[in-house]
Design a protein around this ligand. Structure first.
Ligand code: IFM
Length: 389
């Protein structure tokens, strides 16, 4: 409890009260680790927390991303793509700030859909329709345009693919058809096609300069984008060729593990967050065990990400164990790096483990549902969320 409260306090303090020129750096302002820049941690991991706890302020994060659109278009051009490509690491200017030697800037492309999803979530869970009209619809179309330019066709135009990308598991940064990235890209293409076809978003479509041919292309690509499916044993291959990598992780270190099935953090398991309905609980459990055995927890997002995935498919003991470890990480200085700052984004995923996992919360436009599934050691759980507020 102490560790959880510590994380929550820092997460709460990390969000500037009324400024749309800054995002939420992954360590807040608690330390210089990660140079105060924003990663997908802000869009994918922290935004839903702020949306459900401080919905009015959450709009600032949409404005932050939207106001940087010109820089994102420029970023796409820099990598030979079209549309708007959100930089992997960015700050107040909207330009890519990732060290080039990391090979990530042109590959960690799921962040564009992660950002687009913020607008959709906000529209879904608040009564503020203006954000989608003024910003979100255009943003979603411009990021879809980016994916369309990044996708390649194969097999005589029967299927298309996303090749040479970085996965959430950053040990495999030259991957083809990563489950998480492809699901997010497909979602973005589908949303953009649906949005562009709605009369109420005609002005946004005009601002984005979307043609009918482009909408047809998005629909076609969304229908034919290759998405790895569960095998006969239910296990989903994280990206092409993953099952052929060395499964022996004995003595493996994160500096030398690309040839192996070592995974840095939740990847297939992270995909089950937004796309949970597609995969039955038994499939999610099997994949959880398979990937948990291969996860080195090289990122602070890893333990809470795996805890959340476990809690959503009923693996409560496993979830509680990893939640505890994650919550104590900075307080006990487990990685000897607390002086470089507190991992505030991990705090958001800890909160999901408790609220969505054990509390069984599902929040949609139509309503909020609770199916509590408390760990056997707990007798009660109380939390507050803002919905349609
Ligand atoms: O964004 C993460 C990334 O996924 C793994 N390395 C740490 C980053 C910041 O938390």
């Amino acid at each position: 409890m102490q560790g959880f409260a510590f994380s929550q306090m820092h997460l709460h303090m990390a969000f500037g009260y009324d400024d749309n020129r800054v995002g939420v750096p992954i360590k807040g302002l608690t330390g210089h680790g990660y140079r105060f820049v924003n990663f997908w941690d802000m869009d994918f991991h922290m935004f839903p927390y702020f949306l459900l706890t401080k919905p009015r302020q959450a709009r600032h994060l949409l404005e932050y991303r939207f106001n940087q659109l010109p820089a994102y278009r420029e970023n796409a051009r820099r990598w030979g793509a079209r549309g708007a490509q959100v930089p992997w690491e960015t700050s107040t200017r909207g330009v890519e700030e990732t060290a080039p030697w990391l090979c990530l800037p042109d590959r960690e492309i799921h962040i564009s859909a992660d950002a687009a999803r913020m607008f959709w979530l906000y529209d879904e869970l608040t009564p503020d329709r203006d954000a989608m009209l003024a910003m979100g619809a255009q943003f979603i179309m411009e990021t879809a345009r980016f994916y369309a330019s990044r996708i390649t066709w194969g097999e005589g135009h029967r299927r298309c693919e996303l090749r040479n990308i970085g996965c959430p598991d950053q040990y495999h940064t030259f991957a083809h058809n990563n489950l998480f990235t492809s699901l997010m890209a497909r979602w973005n293409l589908e949303q953009a096609a649906a949005t562009a076809s709605r009369p109420d978003y005609a002005a946004a479509r005009e601002r984005a300069g979307v043609t009918d041919a482009e909408v047809r292309e998005w629909q076609d690509m969304a229908a034919r984008l290759f998405i790895p499916a569960p095998g006969r044993d239910g296990i989903i291959e994280q990206c092409n060729g993953f099952f052929d990598l060395d499964p022996d992780l004995d003595g493996i270190s994160e500096l030398f593990c690309r040839h192996s099935q070592a995974v840095k953090q939740a990847d297939v398991i992270a995909a089950f967050g937004p796309f949970e309905e597609v995969y039955p609980a038994e499939v999610r459990r099997r994949n959880w065990h398979f990937y948990n055995d291969r996860t080195l927890h090289g990122s602070s997002l890893s333990l809470p990400g795996m805890a959340y995935g476990a809690a959503r498919c009923g693996l409560n003991d496993e979830a509680l164990y990893q939640l505890h470890k994650s919550a104590r990480m900075d307080l006990d200085d487990v990685n000897l790096d607390t002086e470089r700052g507190v991992h505030v984004s991990a705090g958001a995923v800890q909160w999901y483990t408790v609220v969505f996992g054990f509390g069984g919360l599902t929040a949609r436009r139509e309503g909020v549902h609770l199916r509590p599934n408390l760990p056997r050691q707990w007798r009660w759980l109380r939390f507050t969320v803002h919905w349609q507020f």
